[in-house]
Design a protein around this ligand. Structure first.
Ligand code: IMP
Ligand code: MG
Length: 178
């Protein structure tokens, strides 16, 4: 598995340290509130687990699984494969994502969460690939900005594999092509 990685972009220590910083920011920004962290399955799981430990106020977690598909070329749509367990009416929600790529998925998810009655919706993403953005979407909290390369690890997959790598790395080309 490790042999399939061309280059480690972000080490485990760097991710842990960044989660401490993001946790501090969220703690400060949400004083007096009880935010709900909503992890988008499955890629956000390791990041959510690391980040939540660094948030020092009351908070809750929930999960959602969505897949985006394009009905037409320009209008991406989103299908809910697993919905939230609890109501979020009036709640301050923080969506937790592994990576913002085109931004289409998150744009739809944010709209969806407001339509479910959320009071506020912010986004925290482990990674951001701004070069690939198609829609106008900015995450509120970003772990790391990376160049336009296909990465795996710390939740990110290729064909459902490599999510368990403790770091973020670039996959070797011959691993895509088989
Ligand atoms: P988008 O922002 O709607 O294009 O979709 C983002 C989703 O695409 C992420 O949640 C990932 O599941 C997936 N994705 C985008 N870039 C990568 C990558 O480099 N590695 C693994 N998955 C990726
Ligand atoms: Mg995803």
């Amino acid at each position: 598995m490790n042999n399939d990685i061309k280059e480690i972009l972000i080490t485990e220590d760097e991710i842990i340290n960044r989660c401490k910083e993001l946790g501090k920011e969220i703690t400060k920004d949400y004083q007096g509130k009880t935010p709900i962290l909503i992890g988008l399955l499955k890629g956000s799981v390791p990041f959510l687990a690391e980040l939540m430990k660094r948030i020092e106020i009351n908070m809750e977690i929930d999960f959602m699984d969505v897949s985006s598909y394009s009905g037409t070329e320009s209008t991406g749509d989103v299908r809910i494969d697993k919905d939230l367990s609890n109501s979020i009416v009036g709640d301050d929600v923080i969506v937790v994502e592994d990576i913002v790529d085109t931004g289409k998925t998150l744009q739809k998810v944010v709209g969806l969460l407001y339509s479910k009655g959320a009071n506020s919706v912010r986004i925290v993403s482990l990674l951001d690939k701004p070069e690939r953005r198609i829609v106008d979407l900015k995450a509120d909290y970003i772990g790391f900005t990376i160049p336009d390369a296909f990465v795996v690890g710390f939740g990110l997959d290729f064909n459902q594999k490599y999510r368990n790598l403790p770091y973020v790395g670039i996959l070797k080309e011959d691993c895509y092509k088989e």
